[in-house]
Ligand binder design. Structure first.
Ligand SMILES: Cc1cc2nc3c(=O)[nH]c(=O)nc-3n(C[C@H](O)[C@H](O)[C@H](O)COP(=O)(O)OP(=O)(O)OC[C@H]3O[C@@H](n4cnc5c(N)ncnc54)[C@H](O)[C@@H]3O)c2cc1C
Length: 312
């Protein structure tokens, strides 16, 4: 099955989801072409030349940053020329800005928030989540007429290994200018990127009070962890939303996720359930977080924190 993967990048850096798309593409066992739509595609060439990519399509455009109308036109032309069976993009704000419209325009199949793909009877069966992962749907694309899939970040491991892709320059014509990127606004200084942390100490409403948050910030520091939170702490204004894990926060996949006083609502689990090792502490033995935890303690989080303090 031929696959076209569309790379995602920001400020000159490849976004991690791109290599996850390559892993998924490789599983489809057909030729894999990876399109890089950028002002300077060559600058990203090393980062994307990983094992399993057969062709790198360097699509040079004027715009330095993502623009939905530019991507829509460029990807449309690539699809028209190459007629891939499957087009893979990240389930990200960027892709959602143009891919559904493109699928509708070209009459292609479409699914977003896809977390599993299987080949069956000459076509594809994909699984996707909806209503904040409260439900899962299995969608069949029985023929080969082309389908655009937006894959959930972190659902596949990133592709590794040196590649030997053939690079091709592809020119596309892009017209119009609906909106153009002006500038980046930096998030508050001192903030961290919880999506790249290996160890998250995550606190929930169980901490009870704003005054208690600093204790866990200090504990996280001591343990070499990064502090993250469930949504109520952000809603109460106790901590910035850049630290929120979940459906309306960040999707994380640390090696270790230590959840203290988090019940495990479906919207929270959507952002962390693929973490390497999940350890949950909760006074309620029925808390849903224990359904995804590898290790759990039915215990008071303050007592556990006190014991951890002694260890570090
Ligand atoms: C559209 C939508 C989007 C949402 N997006 C998100 C999201 O991105 N992220 C998110 O987190 N939520 C999100 N939510 C909210 C979500 O539904 C839950 O309300 C939220 O996750 C609950 O947070 P919590 O587990 O910290 O609090 P609670 O559900 O109140 O759980 C607190 C837990 O702490 C335990 N506890 C209390 N005291 C102690 C103690 N001393 N020691 C140990 N355990 C203790 C309790 O037993 C309980 O299980 C969203 C909701 C909606 C509707």
């Amino acid at each position: 099955m031929s696959v076209l993967v569309v790379a995602e990048h920001l400020r000159g850096e490849l976004r991690p989801v791109t290599l996850e798309l390559v892993t998924s593409a490789r599983e489809l066992e057909g030729p894999v072409a990876l399109a890089v739509i950028a002002q300077d595609p060559a600058a990203l060439a090393d980062a994307i030349d990983v094992e399993g990519v057969d062709e790198i399509l360097a699509v040079q455009v004027e715009q330095a940053e993502f623009e939905d109308d530019v991507y829509q036109q460029a990807v449309e032309q690539l699809i028209q020329e190459r007629k891939p069976d499957v087009v893979l993009l990240g389930f990200t704000v960027n892709s959602m800005g143009f891919a559904p419209a493109l699928a509708a325009k070209l009459g292609l199949g479409f699914a977003s928030d896809v977390f599993a793909i299987e080949q069956a009877q000459g076509g594809l069966v994909v699984q996707r989540a909806f209503y904040g992962s409260k439900g899962h749907a299995e969608i069949e694309f029985p023929d080969h007429e082309g389908v655009i899939l937006l894959l959930r970040p972190t659902a596949w491991a990133p592709a590794e290994g040196a590649g030997a892709a053939v690079e091709k320059q592809v020119s596309v014509s892009v017209s119009g200018s609906r909106a153009r990127h002006q500038d980046f606004v930096e998030v508050a200084t001192g903030d961290v990127d919880i999506t790249s942390a290996d160890f998250l100490l995550s606190i929930g409403r169980g901490v009870g009070d704003k005054e208690n948050v600093s204790q866990f910030e200090e504990l996280a520091d001591k343990m070499g962890a990064t502090l993250s939170v469930s949504r109520p702490l952000v809603d109460q204004g106790w901590i910035p939303n850049s630290r929120q894990v979940g459906q309306s926060g960040k999707t994380v996949k640390p090696k270790v996720y230590l959840a203290l006083g988090i019940s495990g609502a479906v919207q929270h689990l959507a952002g962390m359930k693929t973490s390497g090792t999940i350890i949950a502490v909760n006074t309620d033995p029925e808390a849903a977080i224990f359904n995804v935890a590898h290790y759990g303690a039915v215990a008071d989080l303050f007592e556990v924190a006190e014991e951890l303090e002694k260890l570090y």
